[in-house]
Design a protein around this ligand. Structure first.
Ligand SMILES: C[S@@+](CC[C@H](N)C(=O)[O-])C[C@H]1O[C@@H](n2cnc3c(N)ncnc32)[C@H](O)[C@@H]1O
Length: 278
């Protein structure tokens, strides 16, 4: 009897460890007193929601086991490691993991990098072994959403948190219309996956209701949902960069609108924080 050989899970473990001791926490993007750069405007709402969720759900100051699935080059993973957490990035891209390695080295922190897919998380990091899973900008790309989310839920400890960031279906309709691509906007309006046509690079986008249903089906209860980049992607970059104080003002506006249903409905991304039942 010779059936097809089982597909091996590709795992490449890189423990990225600098010789220097971990440096003082330097969270990027959130609450910095210096002028926020444009990337900070794009990520600040996520950072702040994440930090608030952690302060409520995690004992103060205690290092947590964090998995950043599809963590890419470590934009969130490295700052979390700098805060003292034990961070593992699982990502199928060797190039992204190499960049992560460089970024962690520059930050003087340890991050474990594992080459693999979201659906294989249990085999890669173990069931019920994680306090926090980040899944940012990944559900749009995975082959199948439900198995990926099931694996994410399975690696969380009871009471563990999921930080889920995903593209908003409504936003692409607005974005294509503003770009003058009215046919694409019309297509995206009714497309079941929220795609604007054959040339759309994203396989799918989500609504708030879909994200709540998908996480709920895996035993994860939504504790917060924010709109991310409600305005930042609609404003010409030159306008923000040239005007003194504009970036701070834009950031203030993003913060103020993030949890208002009407603006969240049009934000580029939706950020959901969900907790696994204790
Ligand atoms: C848009 S990037 C987001 C990177 C990072 N999470 C961030 O927010 O900056 C998408 C990432 O998902 C990874 N990815 C794609 N398919 C994946 C899968 N099936 N499982 C886990 N990660 C995946 C890609 O390699 C890439 O690093």
């Amino acid at each position: 009897m010779s059936g097809p050989a089982p597909t091996p899970v590709v795992v490449r473990r890189l423990t990225v460890m600098s010789e220097s001791a971990p440096t003082r926490p330097r969270p990027t993007g959130a609450g910095s007193s210096s002028a926020p750069a444009r990337p900070a405007v794009r990520t600040a709402v996520v950072w702040e929601a994440l930090q608030e969720a952690l302060s409520r759900h995690a004992p103060a100051g205690q290092p947590l086991d964090v998995v950043d699935v599809g963590g890419g080059t470590g934009g969130f993973a490295v700052p979390l490691a700098e805060l003292g957490h034990r961070v593992t990035v699982v990502d199928p891209s060797p190039d992204a993991l190499a960049s992560l390695e460089r970024r962690a080295g520059e930050g003087g922190v340890a991050v474990t990098a594992v080459q693999g897919e979201a659906a294989d998380l249990v085999a890669l990091v173990g069931a019920g072994a994680t306090d926090l899973v980040l899944c940012h900008g990944v559900l749009e790309h995975v082959e199948e959403v439900e198995p990926a989310l099931a694996a994410i839920a399975a690696v969380l400890r009871p009471g563990g948190l999921l930080s889920l960031l995903a593209a908003n279906r409504n936003a692409v309709v607005l974005a294509r219309a503003i770009a003058g691509r009215f046919d694409q906007a019309r297509h995206a309006l009714d497309d079941p996956d929220g795609r604007f046509g054959a040339g759309d690079p994203l396989p799918r986008r989500f609504t708030v209701e879909q994200l709540a249903a998908l996480t709920g089906a895996q035993g994860l209860a939504v504790v917060a949902c924010h709109g991310v980049r409600s305005f930042a992607d609609l404003v010409p970059g030159a306008l923000v960069d040239a005007e003194p104080g504009a970036a701070e003002a834009l950031l203030g506006l993003e913060r103020a609108a993030a949890d208002r249903d009407d603006f969240r409905a049009l934000a580029t991304q939706l950020h959901v924080v969900a907790v696994r039942a204790p």
